[in-house]
Design a protein around this ligand. Structure first.
Ligand code: RFL
Ligand code: PHB
Length: 394
């Protein structure tokens, strides 16, 4: 078989790349290890930067996003029993973020690709990439009916996430890997209850960080900092709600946390990871395959979108014989990746309680939080990074 571009992974990066290539007249084949139902249900990100929304709109993908997405003009930072609003609109000249779940982005992308006759193969096994240094790299996989396929491509995109096979296909000595594991994790719940807040609350607390997010006006998404090696069984619903109530409590105010049935519960480890370069021969990495950030900055999905916004035109140029943009791809992405890596690390370390942290550490965090909450200069830096820096050129 032949395809201009072989894409490994039907997460947001792989699916959006396939769509952006189709808009440029480039055909691709997407192969995905999981089922369509699994990809559409996996609970993950919820926040789209303003540039991500503009990109999805320009690509004709925002029908449902524009109807159902919730535009937020800021966030709350809570610490020392006080809740402060950081007003993105006022601080950044009108920029905002939009609450629209990654599951919905993925559903919209799959529906669009299939409606347009795009090739997306779910439930594949034994994916391999080969001959990456040649100008005809090869993608092999076994389809769900047990047949082995070989696709000869002009380029391959590794959009197969952190645990995929594409990054390990690059000789290790050619990669520079920077990695940090954080000594805590997030326990996340999806709850069938209207959110108790109009905008996200990021709470610093002596018992650990908590985040109040949402999926819609009727469904809440809440996170708690927990120990890294925690077992989910040790967190029955009642304990989760008790801890959430305690960490979000505002002494002296009438604010309360609304509780409801828990629809989903999971634990996510926290990691920063950057692997460079993001290209090896005709293999191009995008999204979590090349970089991971802790979720505190809400950047992972947005970085995946920014990578493929750059990769689609680069691959279209490569197919026309102009290799310049493909050669520039890695460095261009890594500049944004490192900005998001720093911002996510900064938000994470400012808001979480490290095991064994002393009072000195807590006082430094509180001083930083108070500075952000009271200084327009410091707040503008948070707002500019949270809404997306640099702005995507769309
Ligand atoms: P994905 O979504 O992991 O997709 C990769 C796909 O590749 C498939 N795959 C293979 N397919 C074929 N053959 C193989 N050998 C394969 N190996 C793997 C996988 O099955 C999968 O379908 O990566 P992608 O597309 O790069 O997208 C990245 C985002 O998913 C990720 O960065 C975000 O979800 C991170 N993240 C957040 N990002 C944000 O921007 N804002 C947020 O608010 C936010 N919150 C979060 C998050 C991630 C979380 N978890 C669970 C990691 C909250 C959480 C809890
Ligand atoms: C989410 O809604 O899942 C979410 C929101 C903000 C974050 C991380 C996750 O920083």
């Amino acid at each position: 078989m032949r395809a201009q571009v072989g894409i490994v992974g039907a997460g947001p990066a792989g699916l959006l790349l396939s769509h952006l290539l189709a808009l440029r007249g480039v055909e691709s084949v997407v192969v995905e290890a999981r089922s369509r139902a699994y990809c559409e249900a996996r609970q993950r990100a919820g926040v789209l930067e303003d540039g991500s929304v503009r990109l999805l709109r320009a690509a004709g993908l925002a029908g449902r996003l524009d109807r159902q997405g919730l535009e937020h003009g800021g966030i709350y930072l809570q610490f020392a029993g006080e809740r402060h609003h950081i007003d993105f609109r006022a601080l950044t000249g009108g920029r905002t973020v939009t609450i629209y779940a990654q599951t919905e982005v993925v559903k919209d992308l799959i529906a669009q690709r299939l409606a347009q006759g795009g090739a997306v193969h779910f439930d594949v096994t034994d994916t391999e990439v080969d001959r990456l240094e040649s100008d005809k790299p090869v993608l092999r996989y076994t389809s769900s009916d047990g047949r082995r396929h070989e696709v000869v491509c002009d380029a391959i995109a590794g959009c197969d996430g952190f645990h995929g096979i594409c990054r390990p296909a690059i000789p290790r000595h050619l990669l520079t890997v920077n990695e940090r594991e954080y000594p805590y994790a997030w326990l996340g719940i999806l709850a069938d209850v209207p959110p108790s807040t109009d905008e996200l609350i990021y709470a610093h607390h002596a018992r650990g960080f908590a985040l109040h997010s949402l999926r819609s006006l009727t469904v809440s998404r809440l996170y708690l900092q927990v120990d890294r090696d925690v077992s989910i069984e040790s967190w029955p619903d009642e304990r989760v709600w008790y801890e959430l109530r305690t960490r979000f409590e505002l002494p002296g105010s009438r604010w309360t946390l609304k509780e409801g049935p828990v629809l989903d519960k999971s634990v996510t480890p926290m990691r920063s990871f950057v692997s460079a370069p993001m290209r090896y021969g005709r293999l191009f990495l995008a999204g979590d395959a090349a970089h991971i950030v802790p979720p505190t900055g809400a950047k992972g999905l947005n970085l995946a979108i920014a990578d493929v916004a750059m990769l689609a035109p680069a691959l279209a140029s490569l197919l026309r014989g102009d290799l310049g943009p493909a050669r520039a791809y890695s460095a261009a992405c890594l500049s944004r990746v490192w900005r998001a890596t720093h911002f996510s690390w900064w938000m994470t370390t400012m808001l979480h309680r490290a095991p064994g942290a002393d009072d000195m550490e807590a006082q430094l965090q509180l001083s930083q939080l108070r500075y952000v909450a009271t200084s327009p200069a410091a707040a503008t830096s948070l707002a500019e990074n949270y809404t997306g820096y640099p702005e995507l050129p769309i």
